[in-house]
Design a binder for this molecule. Structure first.
Ligand code: 13P
Length: 272
C-alpha cells in the first residue's frame, strides 16, 4: 500500500515534447496557467529547450506559481559534447527535468544506466527530476510488466544517494509505452498496481521513505475525460500529459479534477 497519500503532492506535468516555438510558447504557457489556477495542484510545464526562456518569462508573475521543466539533460555537466545541454545550463531557466522518457530510450538508445547518470546530474544541479519508466506492449502481454518497470527503477537509482534523491523531490512517471500517443490507456487499477511496485522497488533499492513518500504520476493518453480513473486511485499522485497538454481546455479539465484529489488529501473528510 502507498500508506498515506495525504503526504504526497498532486502533480500535473505537461510534456510538450517537440512542439511549440519561442514565438508561441509563452502565450500557450500563460493561457494554460490562467485556465488551471488551482493552488492545491503542483503544475509544471516541460517545454523544449529553446522555449524555456519564453515560458519562464511568461510565467514569472503567475500566482499560484507554475514551474518550468526541461525534457532531457546530458549525463555530464560540461565538456566536449556537441549539441548537448547539461543540467548546469538550465540554471535560471528550469527547476524540473524529465529523464528517461520512453521516446528517448527508443530514439536515443538511453539505457537505465545512462538515465541514472542523468538523474545524478539533475540532483547535483538542484533540479527536481521526473524519472519515466514503463513497459512495452510485449512485456505486458508476456506478464512481465512489473518486472520490467522494477528493473528500470532499480537500474536508474543504482549508485545514487537516496537522501539526495529525496531532498531533490524525485517524482516517478509510470508511462506504459503502448499507451503513449495511442489513445489507449492503462486501467486505473493497473496503474495503481504499477505505482505500488515502483515504490516497493525504490524502497528495496535503499530508499525506505519511497514506500510512502514517492510521488508517482501516470502518463499515456491522459485527457480531461479519462484523468478521473487514475486520480481515483490513492496510489496515483497525478499525471504526465503529452498531447493533451498543448490544449488549454484539456489542461483546465485535468487540473480541475486533480484539485479535487488534492483537496480531499488535505482534508480527508471530503471525498475525492
Ligand atoms: P501522450 O499524453 O501524448 O500519450 O504522451 C504521454 C507522454 O509521453 C508524456 O510524457
Amino acid at each position: 500500500m502507498g500508506h498515506d497519500p495525504g503526504m504526497r503532492p498532486v502533480v500535473v506535468a505537461a510534456n510538450w515534447k517537440m512542439h511549440t516555438t519561442p514565438d508561441d510558447a509563452g502565450e500557450l504557457a500563460r493561457t494554460i496557467a490562467r485556465r488551471t489556477g488551482e493552488p492545491s495542484v503542483v503544475r509544471v510545464i516541460c517545454a523544449p529547450f529553446v522555449c524555456l526562456a519564453a515560458v519562464r518569462d511568461a510565467l514569472v508573475d503567475t500566482d499560484p506559481p507554475v514551474a518550468v521543466g526541461a525534457q532531457n539533460i546530458h549525463h555530464e555537466m560540461q565538456g566536449a559534447f556537441t549539441g548537448e545541454i547539461s543540467a548546469l545550463m538550465l540554471t535560471g531557466l528550469a527547476t524540473w527535468v524529465i529523464v528517461g522518457h520512453s521516446e528517448r530510450r527508443r530514439d536515443a538508445g538511453e539505457t537505465d544506466r545512462l538515465v541514472g547518470r542523468k538523474l545524478g546530474r539533475a540532483v547535483e544541479a538542484g533540479l527536481r527530476p521526473i524519472l519515466c519508466v514503463g513497459e512495452l506492449l510485449e512485456d505486458r502481454d508476456a506478464g512481465r510488466a512489473e518486472a520490467v518497470v522494477e528493473s528500470q527503477v532499480r537500474g536508474a537509482l543504482a549508485g545514487l544517494d537516496p537522501g539526495a534523491l529525496e531532498a531533490a523531490g524525485l517524482v516517478v512517471a509510470y508511462e506504459p509505452v503502448w499507451a503513449i500517443g495511442t489513445g489507449r490507456t492503462a486501467r486505473g487499477a493497473d496503474a495503481a498496481a504499477m505505482a505500488e511496485a515502483i515504490r516497493a522497488s525504490a524502497a528495496s533499492a535503499g530508499w525506505p521513505h519511497a514506500a510512502g513518500g514517492l510521488p508517482i504520476l501516470y502518463g499515456g493518453s491522459v485527457t480531461a475525460s479519462n484523468i478521473a480513473e487514475f486520480l481515483a486511485e490513492p496510489a496515483v499522485d497525478g499525471a504526465l500529459v503529452g498531447g493533451a497538454s498543448l490544449k488549454p481546455d484539456e489542461m483546465a479539465g485535468i487540473v480541475a479534477r486533480a484539485a479535487l484529489t488534492a483537496q480531499a488529501r488535505a482534508d480527508p473528510a471530503r471525498t475525492s
